[in-house]
Design a protein. Structure first.
Length: 390
């Protein structure tokens, strides 16, 4: 079985050095996000959406190569990974960005911000200042510091016309089953949904205080339906944690939409999206919602790998079609699952941002004096979560 592979890296000092230089190298690059972009992006199919940049924070569900680069290609340690993604092809955030005519760079691959923004999301990140790997200091807090510190150093503000996404929390709850399989060290404390939601709320507030105004915050799919949960017999507790997390996240976002004047924070209900796939797989041409596609392929062809075009190489048998699988490995979604999430994310943005975000002046650190916007959250479609046994 391969989920993370054999992770190794020169320990301690090297990673701390890598993180410290990221702040220094990104100062000049980030300032481009503090002013309205004169030539606005325009997509005729999505003309109601006109975000000038994207800034992305989170874990492996949104990582487009940061962990892969920072670990010298060791994480994810899966030969069926597409260019360091935790999937067999491009992931949801890339598809969404493409729909918005944006192409943000993976920040920790070269410590730079493109005119379209940057992706700070890093595989293994927890919602606080830790990673599932003890010697890899890239949690959500370090991602935020890499974005915010250069702005503070230059007395600048974040781009108020950009879209900011934060998808985190899964790793907070998966530490115990990952420890059971030997992928991480034993957790110091049991998972706490209040702590995770506070971390997410604080992250949104921190970005708001530096000038961010437009947010997309996905909730979690029911973690108990994953192959990881089946392998470790943790389906019930993981589903309970997911339900608690999602309800508290919805409540927190509703409160933030009321308290953060001028902010528009959209809750993307990924949980209902995934439950719909499981309940009606034929509607999505999915036939397998329980197994890991990559583990299935590697069980028959241990030397298999993805070619440049995304096809499976070094395997003489007909491999299963990844488009028919929900899971790429024992946690992460396949390309087709990512695309479904991306489509729903775009739909949610279209629904909430019916007009082009209004240009605003440069914000102070407290972001005061901004005119009120219509406040609404993308509500959950299905309060009763799927409790599938697999």
């Amino acid at each position: 079985m391969q989920i993370f592979g054999s992770y190794y890296i020169e320990r301690g000092a090297k990673m701390n050095h890598v993180f410290s230089i990221s702040i220094a190298l990104s100062v000049s690059a980030l300032t481009m996000g503090t002013f309205p972009v004169s030539a606005a992006n325009f997509n005729t199919d999505n003309s109601s959406l006109d975000f000038s940049q994207m800034f992305i924070f989170g874990d492996s569900l949104s990582d487009t190569g940061n962990a892969f680069t920072q670990t010298g290609g060791a994480f994810p340690g899966n030969s069926l990974s597409f260019e360091g993604r935790f999937s067999n092809s491009s992931i949801w955030i890339e598809s969404l960005a493409s729909s918005l005519n944006l192409n943000p760079t993976a920040f920790f691959t070269n410590f730079s911000v493109s005119p379209d923004g940057a992706n700070y999301a890093t595989g293994g990140s927890l919602s606080g200042d830790q990673n599932i790997f003890d010697d890899f200091p890239l949690g959500l807090q370090q991602q935020l510091e890499s974005f915010i510190s250069p702005l503070l150093a230059t007395d600048s503000s974040a781009n108020s016309e950009a879209l900011y996404t934060i998808w985190t929390g899964a790793n907070d709850y998966l530490l115990d089953p990952l420890f059971t399989l030997g992928f991480t060290s034993q957790p110091d404390a049991p998972p706490n949904t209040d702590t995770t939601i506070n971390n997410i709320s604080n992250a949104i507030a921190s970005l708001y205080n530096i000038g961010a105004r437009n947010f997309l915050i996905p909730n979690l799919p029911s973690l108990g339906i994953s192959p990881l949960a089946t392998l470790t017999n943790t389906s019930n507790i993981l589903n309970e944690l997911t339900d608690e997390h999602n309800q508290k996240l919805e409540d927190a976002i509703a409160q933030l939409n009321q308290s953060l004047v001028g902010a528009k924070i959209i809750l993307l209900d990924v949980n209902s999206i995934v439950n719909e796939i499981i309940e009606n797989p034929s509607q999505f041409n999915v036939t397998n919602t329980t197994d890991s596609w990559s583990d299935t392929v590697l069980a028959f062809c241990p030397d298999a790998f993805l070619g440049a075009d995304g096809s499976v190489e070094s395997c003489d048998i007909d491999v299963p079609n990844s488009d028919e699988y929900l899971f790429w490995d024992i946690v992460h979604p396949t390309e087709v699952s990512n695309q479904i999430v991306a489509d729903e994310a775009l739909s949610a943005l279209k629904s909430e941002f019916k007009t082009v975000p209004e240009p605003t002046s440069t914000f102070g650190l407290l972001g005061l004096g901004v005119s009120s916007l219509a406040i609404s959250a993308f509500k959950q479609k299905d309060k009763q979560k799927q409790k599938q046994k697999i």
